[in-house]
Design a protein around this ligand. Structure first.
Ligand code: URA
Length: 234
């Protein structure tokens, strides 16, 4: 199916397709070096797909791309099934995650575990990670340059896991992945698409701990994610 037909189908099904902003085309000089013979190349998608999990994990562990490396106890790479149907992406490690080197291990993590159980999933069935692999001091929001520095790691993880669904947990994860400033209330409740993978947004469990009334919406979003995976077949 060609891309425009696919987009029409997705639109008809009410699925929002988010296309990342295109980087500026790369201008390359031809071998002759003549200024009149510049070639405009299509931007190249970074092809690191041969990178193994072990290589990627080692690269993340030694990362010094942003200032968070100076304040972290350790990096938090991600845990779970490396060929999972579900990829859960949160915001960033907090204090407990920074101490233990695992994502979602604090109170919010316990609620996330319960939410997954409610739809029949164990933490070991899914792959859980974050936009940032290092804790921002004082649990402040990630800065854009930090998210940018970490983005290739997440891209690689997505390429290796090849999930059937991405669950974006919380506003920051949703806005970063979908490259939008839209409020989470507008992003939840529908199926988006990220590079061909369906993506559903769910309220962050830390928020749900404070706003119990929103739990019903989180349940609806999880149901939507289950339905989407089931419809994807195989
Ligand atoms: N909140 C997140 O978004 N991620 C974690 O790993 C922990 C808390």
């Amino acid at each position: 199916m060609d891309n425009s037909t696919r987009l029409q189908y997705l639109e008809a099904m009410g699925i929002d397709v988010w296309v990342p902003r295109k980087p500026a085309p790369v201008v390359n000089q031809t071998e002759s070096g003549s200024t009149s013979e510049y070639l405009i190349q299509e931007p190249q998608v970074q092809d690191n797909t041969q990178q193994t999990w072990a290589e990627l994990e080692a690269e993340v562990a030694g990362c010094t791309k942003c200032a968070l490396c100076q304040t972290r106890t350790q990096t938090v790479f991600g845990t779970g099934n490396k060929t999972a149907d579900w990829m859960i992406i949160g915001e960033a490690p907090g204090q407990h995650e920074d101490e233990q080197g695992k994502p979602f291990v604090g109170k919010a993590g316990a609620l996330l575990t319960e939410m997954l159980r409610a739809v029949g999933l164990d933490r070991d069935d899914v792959f859980i990670t974050n936009i940032l692999k290092c804790r921002p001091p004082g649990n402040r929001d990630p800065k854009p340059d930090e998210a940018e520095s970490c983005s290739t790691y997440l891209q690689q993880q997505r390429a290796l896991v090849k999930p059937k669904i991405i669950l974006a947990v919380g506003r920051i994860a949703a806005q970063t992945l979908l490259n939008t400033d839209a409020p989470i209330g507008k992003l939840r409740g529908k199926v988006h698409e990220l590079d061909g993978t369906p993506l559903v947004v769910v309220y962050h469990p830390a928020y749900l701990l404070r706003s119990l009334l929103e739990k019903r919406k989180a349940w609806q979003d999880l149901q939507l994610a289950v339905k989407t995976v089931n419809q994807s077949g195989n």
